[in-house]
Design a protein around this ligand. Structure first.
Ligand code: FES
Length: 170
């Protein structure tokens, strides 16, 4: 059984904290206007909280004096801004053309069988969330996926098992 919403302490919705505000203020020194800071602010919140809740999005909008709808538009456009809680390790799975030619569908089926999750879902233990993404820029070593910050190339069922085992053992 899978869960799309993991209810853990770290996934609780909240407004901005002092550390996040300090980082957003730093971004404001780098960009000419507050609107340009919006995406960076969303990334900062996601880095700290794992996702961007409505409360946090409204907090950013208020802080930057931007319409919340504009910020929601930015968050929706960039599908790597997570608007609901995700697992500890997000699997960004490339299903673009080169990876598709090199058999990513079979790799996706293997992940589905191994972890019991489909796109947009999180494992029951909250360890993994699977998300499809367009090209990860390493097409000559397809199929490719990212787990957290790490890129994994030339995927096979065995290498996927190894990656999952390593992550689970941490
Ligand atoms: S198509 Fe998958 S990395 Fe480019």
């Amino acid at each position: 059984m899978t869960s799309e919403v993991i209810a853990s302490t770290s996934s609780k919705a909240r407004q901005l904290n002092a550390e996040e505000i300090a980082e957003i203020e730093h971004e404001m020194t780098l960009y000419p206007d507050k609107k340009a800071v919006g995406l960076e602010a969303l990334k900062i919140v996601q880095k700290h909280q794992g996702w961007v809740s409505d409360e946090s999005l409204l907090g950013i909008a208020k802080y930057l004096d931007l319409p919340a709808a504009d910020l929601e538009g930015v968050a929706t456009f960039f599908n790597l801004v997570f608007r609901q809680p995700v697992g500890d390790n997000v699997i960004l799975f490339c299903d673009s053309v080169s990876c598709w030619i090199m058999g990513c569908e079979n790799m996706k089926s293997h992940i589905k069988d191994t972890l019991g999750i489909d796109y947009g879902e999180t494992t029951e233990d909250g360890k993994f969330t699977l998300i499809p993404v367009p090209c990860l820029g390493d097409c000559d070593r397809a199929p490719v996926m990212m787990v957290g910050e790490e890129l994994h190339r030339n995927l096979t069922p065995d290498s996927i098992d190894e990656i999952v085992k390593n992550v689970r053992s941490k």
